[in-house]
Design a protein around this ligand. Structure first.
Ligand code: SF4
Length: 399
């Protein structure tokens, strides 16, 4: 047993004992989870055991809730949510999924109430996104309001970050931070972000979080079709290893905006499998955790849970199945999120592959002038959707 494993082992045992209710989870599901967990190295960050930033730490209250409320209690509510804290952003990404969202921004009290309601419904992981969430002046108070029973992750470009803010966010309960970085070449990253200085801002933010906090620091990267087909992903991962971040959170460009409705730019199943293989290989090396969304949401794992276990509430309060699905099922400033989620969930049974990837041609039909699909049209769109089979997790969970 290597030294690192020896150090983590007692913590893992402790975490297992504190979650002894996991013994009640049906054996086939436990086996599935065990197989999934084994794909990653467990990191011990000051006593907090982290697999990757899309799940709560293994010895956290949020993880205990995941076991009790989702694996055992089969709660109807979402496990994962993302909230847009503002739509304002100094950058202008080609693939920005929020550009065409409009309305009256939610105020702080609405966001705090929303977080409370989502927690009551079962949310155990919450991502703050935007726009640039750091531009919300109340971000520390909002973070604090989430309490200690939810894993909190911040997605940021790093714009306007200061040492004080980084420390305040950690004190308020933030656990994970993910800084956007799409390329190791300054010019290419700045170009994709439509903002000169984006690359330097990101690098500075990574440094600042690492120097001033004990937060888990990852880089979130949108991998382009060109990057994968010119074999550059590995070069990029090597760059991230040199940056000494703990995790590379990778996703591919999604056909969530008209500029990516071109089938030639979309990932194929072979591309997805290539990245899954790369993830496994890098995770064995233990130099960085690679966490590819297409693996987590792949048919052999948890599948697509948009609108089923995942919900996105944009900065204006519109409720969508996930951040990449430009449609609304109503606004939390008018109707309680519980009701909206329940209505949406009836439309989304969960399936083995990415909803937006399979159905973007329907969005071409229902998105007018680039605006997100209206509430009424969202139901019309859903009537045309044919869902595929369950993922491996869902088969075991519901079987
Ligand atoms: S629609 Fe695609 S991006 Fe959204 S949750 Fe499903 S798999 Fe993930």
């Amino acid at each position: 047993m290597c030294k690192k494993t020896r150090m983590i082992f007692p913590q893992l045992v402790k975490s297992f004992l504190s979650n002894y209710c996991i013994l009640k989870v049906k054996p086939t599901l436990s086996l599935f989870l065990l197989r999934y967990l084994r794909k990653f190295r467990v990191m011990n960050l000051g006593g907090t055991l982290i697999l990757h930033s899309h799940l709560p730490p293994l010895n956290s209250k949020a993880y205990t809730r995941f076991v009790k409320e989702h694996l055992l209690g089969k709660t109807e509510g979402p496990s994962h949510a993302q909230i847009g804290l503002t739509n304002a952003c100094p950058q202008n990404c080609r693939y920005c999924y929020n550009k065409n969202r409009k309305g009256t921004p939610m105020d702080t009290e609405t966001i705090i109430r929303l977080i409370r309601d989502l927690k009551e419904m079962g949310m155990i992981w919450l991502g703050f996104t935007g726009g640039e969430p750091l531009l919300n002046k109340e971000i520390v108070r909002i973070t604090e309001s989430a309490g200690t029973t939810v894993a909190l992750k911040l997605f940021t470009t790093g714009c306007t970050l200061t040492r004080e803010l980084a420390k305040d966010l950690q004190r308020a309960g933030l656990q994970y931070v993910s800084i956007s970085l799409d390329h190791w070449e300054e010019r290419k990253h700045d170009e994709a972000r439509g903002y000169s200085g984006a690359f330097r801002t990101a690098l500075k933010a990574i440094e600042l979080f690492k120097e001033t906090t004990d937060l888990h620091v990852s880089v979130s990267s949108v991998i382009s079709w060109e990057m994968i087909h010119s074999g550059q992903v590995e070069e990029f991962l090597q760059f991230l290893i040199r940056l000494n971040v703990q995790e590379a959170w990778l996703s591919e460009v999604k056909p969530a905006v008209p500029v990516y409705w071109d089938p030639k730019t979309l990932f194929t199943e072979a591309d997805r499998r290539y990245l899954c293989g790369l993830q496994d290989r890098y995770n064995k090396d233990h130099k960085i955790t690679v966490n590819y969304l297409g693996h987590f949401e792949g048919r052999e794992n948890f599948g697509c849970n948009a609108g089923h276990k995942m919900v996105y509430i944009d900065a204006f309060g519109e409720v969508s199945p996930c951040v990449f699905t430009p449609m609304t099922f109503g606004n939390v400033q008018e109707t309680p999120v519980k009701e909206l989620f329940h209505r949406m969930k009836q439309q989304f049974p969960s399936e083995e592959s990415c909803f937006i990837h399979r159905n973007y041609p329907l969005f071409q039909k229902y998105m007018h002038g680039g605006a997100i699909v209206t509430e009424e049209d969202s139901y019309a769109l859903m009537r045309e959707v044919r869902f595929g089979p369950f993922s491996q997790f869902s088969k075991l969970y519901y079987g």
